[in-house]
Design a protein around this ligand. Sequence first.
Ligand SMILES: [Zn+2]
Length: 113
Amino acid sequence: MTIAPHRTATPAAESLELLHTMLEEQFALHTNRLTELIVYGRLPGRGGYSPHSLDVLAAAARQSIADTAAALRRMTEGTYGICNNCRRPIPLGRLRVLPHTRYCTQCDAGGPE
Ligand SMILES: [Zn+2]
């Protein structure tokens, strides 16, 4: 959590483009991961996973897919990069690390969600 307190405006078009690419890559990655886990679940040895781990991992992958899809949707809607709680712009440094985040550092640390 060391985000330099420089500019906190909504991400510039250039940065948004980059973040959009990152989100699309993550979306593809998690989708592939989920597919892989589903395939493992059908194998006799489940790829070495226990049914419980497969469930946990698949749930995590589904959550990531949902988070990433929601972030891409917010980009389309023009609400991307705004904290869902305090409505302030989320610092670009944070978006680069967590492109799918809906909260600024402060709200994420203290908020119930
Ligand atoms: Zn906030």
